[in-house]
Design a protein around this ligand. Sequence first.
Ligand code: ATP
Ligand code: MG
Length: 429
Amino acid sequence: MGNCLVSPSSRVENAHITQHASYPSKGTSKTNLSSVPSTLRTYSTPSTLTMPSYTERTSNESLPTPRTEGEILSSSNLKAFTFNDLKNATRNFRLDSLLGEGGFGYVYKGWIDEQSLTASRPGAGMVVAVKKLKQEGFQGHKEWLTEVNYLGQLHHPNLVKLIGYCSEGDNRLLAYEFMSKGSLENHLFRRGAQPLPWATRIKVAIGAARGLSFLHDAESQVIYRDVKASNILLDSEFNAKLSDFGLAKAGPTGDRTHVSTQVMGTHGYAAPEYIATGRLSAKADVYSFGVVLLELLSGRRALDKTRVGIEQSLADWAKPYLGDKRKIYRIMDSRLEGRYPKKGAQGVATLALQCICREAKLRPRMSAVLAMLEQLHDPKNTAVVQPQTDRWKASSTIPRSPIKHHNSPRRLTTGRSSLPSYQRSPWVH
Ligand SMILES: Nc1ncnc2c1ncn2[C@@H]1O[C@H](COP(=O)(O)OP(=O)(O)OP(=O)(O)O)[C@@H](O)[C@H]1O
Ligand SMILES: [Mg+2]
C-alpha cells in the first residue's frame, strides 16, 4: 500500500501510443480531447482473422481454440439479422431513435417481436439497442467480430446480452438487450442528470465488479480491456452490465503472467504498465476499475482536459487523499451533499487506492474487490450518516468544477458463473 501512495502515476501522453482519429464524428471528440477520455488505438493488421473461443462448460478446457469468422458466426446462438430487419426495427435508423454514439458507431432504439425476432411496431414486442458500425475497414470489423465471439458465448447477469448481429455487404450491426437507464457515464456526468445516491453507486460498482470477476475467473480468462463509465450500462433497477467487448482479449495461459498486445483502451483509465509495455494482464482491468471507483466517489471524469495540471487526471489528483480518512471528504462528489456513510466512503477510497496501485502485482484481484464492495454494501455499513461536523459539511460546499460536460453528440439521451458470490447477489435477475 505504501508503494501505492508514493508512486506518481504515469501519464498516458508519455506512452508510445498512436492516437488515431479514424472515427469521423466521435473521432473529433476523442482526438481533440476537450474533455472526453480519448481512446488509445493502434492499428496494425493481424495476419489472420481468427479469434480465441471461450466456453464456460467444462473444467478442463484451458487453451482457447482459434476460430475463423465463419465458425464464430455459425456456432453462436445469436440471431443473424438481415440489414432490413434492423433497419425496420429502428424505423430506418431515425434520428429520434438515436440513443447515443460511440467510437464504433451509432446506437438506436428498436423493437422486435420476441418470438420471431423480426421487426415489430414501435412500442410492441421487445426493445433492443442496435449498434451500427460507422467506420469502414478492418479495425471496425475486427472489433465487431470480437464482440460477436465473446458475447455469443459468455452469459452472465452483469454482461449485456447480445441478441444478434448483421453482416451484409459492408454493413456491420449488433443488436443488444435495451438498457433503459443508459450508461453510468450519463448519470455521473451528463448535465442535468439527477445525482446518483450513494447506495446506487455501490450497487453499480458491485455489478460491474461481478461482471469483471466472472471474466477473470472464467475457465479461459478474458481481459475486458475497456473498463470505463460509458461501457457500464444500467437497467431499470440500476443493475450494471458490461458492454462493448470489441477490445476483449484472451488472458495469459500456463505460467505466463501477461499477454503482449497492441495498446488499446481509453486515456485516463488505462493501466500505466500496459501503456508503457503493451503487457496486458487482468490487473490492467483492476486499475481501470479503480478509476471508475474514483469517478463514483468524486463525480469527476477520469480525464478532464478542461482542468489544470494534475487535476486533469483523476487518478493522479485523487491519490494523495485516498489513504487519509481526514482528507477523503475533499474528493467526494459535492452532489452527494454529504449523504454517504463515512466508513463506506473510506472503504471505497482505500479500495480504489489499491486498484490504482502502480505495481500491478500489488493490486487486488477482481474477486477480492468484489468481496470488499459487497461487505461495504452490507446494510450495517451503508447507513448514511448525515454530516454533523463542519468539516463533513464542507464536502457539500467545495466548489464543484464546472463539469466539463463535454458536447459529444453521443450524449443525446440519456453459463455458469464461477463466482461464489454470484448466487448471493440480492439483485441478480
Ligand atoms: N444496450 C444498450 N441499451 C441502451 N443504451 C445503449 C446500449 N448500448 C449503448 N447504449 C447507449 O449508446 C451510447 C454509446 O455507446 P457506445 O458503446 O457505442 O459508445 P461509448 O461506450 O460511449 O464510447 P466508446 O466507443 O469509446 O466505447 C452509450 O453511452 C449508451 O448511452
Ligand atoms: Mg461503449
